[in-house]
Design a protein around this ligand. Structure first.
Ligand SMILES: [Zn+2]
Length: 61
């Protein structure tokens, strides 16, 4: 879904997208991103693997 000429930064076109955090608007032209208001609670925890950091306990032994 496109919202034409609604970007507050560059008056570009906002594209409705969604990821693990929920839905958000991102500008095609300048990359501006804004979370959609409303449901922001995320019941699911992000997997730590995606952060690229090994667990600290690994070197304890
Ligand atoms: Zn923009």
């Amino acid at each position: 879904m496109l919202l034409l000429k609604t970007c507050p930064r560059c008056r570009g076109d906002l594209h409705l997208r969604s990821d693990l955090d929920g839905k958000f608007l991102s500008c095609i032209q300048c990359g501006y991103a804004r979370d959609l208001p409303g449901k922001t609670a995320t019941p699911k925890e992000k997997p730590a693997v995606l952060r690229g950091r090994p667990p600290a306990e690994a070197h304890a032994v």
